[in-house]
Design a protein. Structure first.
Length: 118
């Protein structure tokens, strides 16, 4: 069993999730059950799936959950683009969050490739 809290990618994903929760507090109230919910769900899915994958004994299962995390990161990346186009984010915030996502996606890709086949 792996300790997800020791993985730098999990730490970065958790920090990103906290940033998303903080940023979406300023979104219009009408987005509470729409975009806010989707952004928070996608952002929390990244570290959640890393953690869940670490709980599996099989390398193949661990890799599968890393792929799910990467897919959630791509979903989050699009939702941020949508939020920016709707003028819910300031430019610097959008750029910072996008760079965080790209960094996490690269780390997930490298992690996935480093997991030995069974």
């Amino acid at each position: 069993m792996r300790n997800f809290k020791e993985l730098i990618v999990w730490q970065k994903a958790h920090t990103l999730c906290l940033k998303i929760y903080k940023q979406t507090k300023s979104f219009p109230q009408e987005e509470k059950f729409g975009l806010i919910s989707q952004l928070r769900r996608a952002s929390s899915s990244i570290p959640t799936n890393i953690a869940e994958g670490c709980g599996h004994k099989s390398n193949n299962e661990f890799r599968r959950f890393i792929h799910i995390s990467a897919a959630s990161a791509s979903e989050l990346e699009y939702l941020l683009i949508l939020s920016k186009d709707l003028n819910y984010f300031e430019g610097i915030t959008f750029d910072e969050l996008t760079q965080d996502i790209i960094s996490i996606k690269k780390m997930l890709y490298k992690l996935s490739n480093s997991i030995p086949n069974e």
